[in-house]
Design a protein around this ligand. Structure first.
Ligand code: FAD
Length: 490
């Protein structure tokens, strides 16, 4: 009997891996032949401030992914369309051309992506093509961690407790490796093999100075990074994680943000530390797991409160905050010329590498929103345009946390002191000296307040380094006053 051949299409988005990929596993197990597609939307990326370094990273990964998929008998095509509006037609015409009967993908939770998928689903269904979208970005899907009353959590600690309970009840092991399919031999004209030049044109956006080469994209290297972190560093994570001069965090965020690695794989690598299941404690492995759960928390919030991904503050009262607009101060922050060494070192690390240490993200975000009173969305956008790990949920969550406008955010009256924070996280100024070369020769005693170094002794050493652009003490009082007033008007 000549049975109808089931042809599936795997639509890759923020899940650029073959291992532990729910949609891909499903496509493979339910189809006789599988094709894969990635749709680049340069206009959309530009409008949503996706960093060119992240685009470069994705571009490099697509080349590797296409080779891996080819070994599984799955051809990957990369199609470029201007923006999300053009996606439904692009998928439909590809599906028609390849006689696809079922399209598979993993859900994305941002507002625009949800709308796009809704339109794609409708368009395919109207043409008798099935469409399945799976929860895969989180270990526990959004909507599955709820209060007794069935509401979403707005505070992290109870969310984490419930998350652990739900986790214990579910089988969360990574999916088995997929078996190779019979090769798709008759590629038709629309199959665009992925070459190193694919998407090269997308890199003509701003900020071409940093490429992503410091971040390997082959699967084995990513796996090794995770395993080495769990073998060598995770035990001390609780002690080292706040010291930027120590390489004490995993630096896996770019892989998690683009789906080159799944959070399930991360937790599986932690299993040896939890032979009897997850137990809350203050040790490194749990502390690291806690961060993975923060990642989940922000995604769950984004689904429960879609306004978050539509540029709205979580706390309505915060709309009354009289944010300032000062181009000179903003530029000083962006370029790392505020006169506060830890802030400047962090901002230059971001400019030169496309990545910034978590503690420093908190300090620089607090500085922009509290000391300079510049809107958190301005900072969120700048981070997004420069981070290799840019991710709407975590970036927005981090900014709204630091600016006290989010759920379970830092209380508004706690304002980071950039000088004492520097002394705490970089006592000898090693990190500062790495990034702020003007301060190379400043003695430890003055490294956090170079302007306090007596002029008679310093000579010309500090000529190129700016004086502090604000008086932190006064800025703190101003911020608390303004936040208090906005909140009390509620
Ligand atoms: P590790 O310390 O090794 O943590 C492991 C993983 O847990 C990370 O890779 C990340 O996926 C997750 N994680 C860790 N901390 C957080 C957190 N606070 N919130 C959510 N997830 C977390 N993270 C992003 O991935 N993309 C962003 O765009 C982003 N923007 C941020 C903006 C601000 C203002 C702040 C305060 C934080 C932001 N974070 C963001 C969270 C955090 O700073 C980074 O995830 C972390 O620095 C990445 O380094 P790592 O991989 O070594 O983390």
């Amino acid at each position: 009997m000549n049975r109808h051949k089931r042809k599936g299409l795997m639509w890759f988005r923020a899940d650029l891996r073959t291992v532990d990929n729910t949609a891909l596993s499903s496509a493979c197990s339910r189809s006789d032949e599988v094709h894969a597609i990635f749709i680049a939307t340069p206009m959309q990326w530009h409008e949503h401030h996706v960093a060119p370094i992240q685009i470069d990273f994705i571009r490099r990964r697509l080349v590797v992914l296409s080779e891996q998929l080819a070994a599984l008998g799955i051809p990957l095509s990369v199609i470029e369309v201007a923006d999300f509006d053009a996606v439904p037609d692009a998928i439909l015409s590809f599906a028609n051309e390849q006689q696809i009967d079922h399209v598979y993908c993993n859900k994305q939770y941002e507002w625009n992506e949800i709308q796009r998928d809704h339109h794609v689903g409708q368009c395919l269904l109207n043409n008798q093509i099935k469409f399945s979208a799976f929860d895969d970005q989180c270990v526990i899907p959004p909507g599955d961690v709820l209060t007794q009353k069935g509401d979403p959590y707005k505070v992290f600690t109870p969310f984490r407790r419930e998350w652990i309970k739900v986790y214990r009840q579910k089988d969360q092991a990574p999916l088995p490796r997929i078996e190779p399919k019979q090769s798709v031999s008759d590629h038709s004209s629309s199959v665009n093999p992925v070459s190193p030049l694919t998407l090269e044109g997308l890199l003509t956006l701003t900020y071409p100075t940093v490429d992503s080469m410091a971040w390997p994209v082959d699967e084995e290297a990513i796996r090794q990074r995770l395993l080495m972190f769990c073998e060598d560093k995770v035990r001390d994570y609780h002690e080292d994680r706040d010291t930027p001069s120590i390489d004490g965090t995993s630096r896996l965020s770019p892989y998690l943000a683009t789906g080159m690695l799944s959070p399930r794989q991360c937790i599986a690598a932690l299993q040896p530390f939890f032979p009897d299941g997850i137990v809350e404690d203050k040790q490194g492995p749990f502390c690291w797991l806690n961060e993975i759960i923060w990642r989940e928390f922000y995604r769950h919030l984004m689904v429960a409160f879609p306004a978050i991904s539509r540029n709205q503050p979580f706390q309505p009262w915060s709309r009354r905050l009289p944010w300032l607009s000062d181009e000179a101060l903003l530029a000083a922050w962006q370029q790392g010329r505020t006169g506060f060494p830890i802030v400047d070192a962090a901002m230059r690390q971001l400019l030169h590498t496309g990545w910034m240490h978590n503690r420093l993200r908190m300090i620089t975000a607090s500085f922009l929103t509290k000391d300079l009173l510049i809107h958190w969305q301005v900072g969120e956008q700048w981070f997004s345009r420069h981070l290799i790990d840019g991710d709407l949920a975590s970036n927005n969550g981090g900014w709204q946390w630091a600016s006290s406008t989010g759920t379970d955010a830092q209380p508004y009256f706690r304002v980071f002191n950039p000088t004492t924070q520097g002394e705490k996280v970089d006592p000898k100024g090693e990190f500062i000296r790495t990034w702020v070369h003007e301060l190379q020769d400043v003695p430890d005693k003055y490294i956090h307040q170079p302007h306090a170094w007596p002029e008679a002794v310093q000579g010309n050493v500090l000529l190129d380094y700016p004086l502090p652009i604000v008086d932190h003490k006064q800025a703190r009082v101003r911020a608390i006053d303004i936040f208090k007033t906005a909140k009390e008007m509620h």
